[in-house]
Design a protein around this ligand. Sequence first.
Ligand code: SF4
Length: 327
Amino acid sequence: MIQDPQGRIIDYLRLAVTDRCNLRCQYCLPEGYKGFLPKSEILSYEELNRVLELFSAQGVSKLRITGGEPFVRRDLIFWLQEIARQKWFKRMHITTNGVLTLPHVETLERIGFEGVNLSVDSFDRENFKRITGRDELPRVMETLDALTQTRMKVRINAVVLTDHNLNDLHELVDFGTAKAVDVRFIEEMPFNGTGEVKAGVWDYRKILLHLSEAFDLIPERPEPNGTAMWYRIPGRPGRVGVIPAYSRTFCGTCNRLRIDPKGKVKTCLYGKDEIDLGRIIRQGASDNVLLASVQEAISRRHPNGKSAEREMLSDNKQHTSMASIGG
Ligand code: SF4
C-alpha cells in the first residue's frame, strides 16, 4: 500500500502514454507549441508494463490512461488489450478527445474498461474549431454516440473558457443529462504551455451560478476521493459536475499519482516532477530500487495543490502544458 505523510492512500494512477495530440486546444497545447518530448524518451510499452505491474503490486487499483491524446500513439489498442489481460487493475478508465476513438469503442468495452471521459468544450462546430484549432466535431459526436450505446460510464469534460464557450455550457448540459451522460465543467488551469495564469477565469461558484440560472440543480453526495461537485436535474438521467480544479478544494482526499510519458512521477498535478522512473528503469534498476524511489517521492508529498505549487514556483519552474502531464 502506498500512503503519504497525510495518511492519504494512493490507489489511483493516471498514466500519460504520449504528449502528442491531434488537437490544439488553446488552453492546453497552443498552435506552434514546441515542447514535445523526443520520441526516444517516451516509455515503450514494455517499460510501461513494468511501471504498471510495480504500482499494481502496491495496491493501486484504478488506472486512467491519458495523454496528450492516447489514440495518437501507435498500436495503443493492442497494448490496452494486453494490460487488460494482465488484470493488474480492478478499474480501468481512459480520457480521450474522441477524434480517433470510434473504431475502438467496442474493444474498450469488451476488454473491461469501466469508463471513458470525453473532452469536449463546445457542441457548436465553429466554436469547437476555434477552441481546438481543428474541424473535428463531427467525428467526436460519432464517438459520443457510440459510447452512449455501451455499458461504460461516459462523461463529458468541458473546460470553462470565459472567452470562448460560456454560451455553450447550457447546450452541453441539455445534451448530456438527457442521455445519461455526466457532464463535468472544469475550472481553467494554468497548464497552457505558457505557464501564465489567465485573468478572469471563472471559479466553481461562478460556473454554478451560471448553470443554476437555467437548470434546477439538486446537490448530490460527493464521490469518495472525487474532484467533482455533483448535481442532478429532476427527471434527467445524467448528472452535472463542477470541478474546482484551480480552486483545489478537494485535496484532502486526493488518492492520485501521475506519471508522464517519459516516466516522471508527479505526486501532485501542481507540483514539480519528483522522480524520473524512466531514467531509473533505463539505468537497469531493480524493482526494489524503483519502489524505494517512489516511496521517497511520496514521503515528500505536499498536503495540497497550493503548497505543491508554491514550492514548484519558488524553484523558478513554471507549469507545462497539460498534454505533457496527462491531466
Ligand atoms: S491539486 Fe494536487 S493534491 Fe490536490 S487533488 Fe490535485 S493532485 Fe491532489
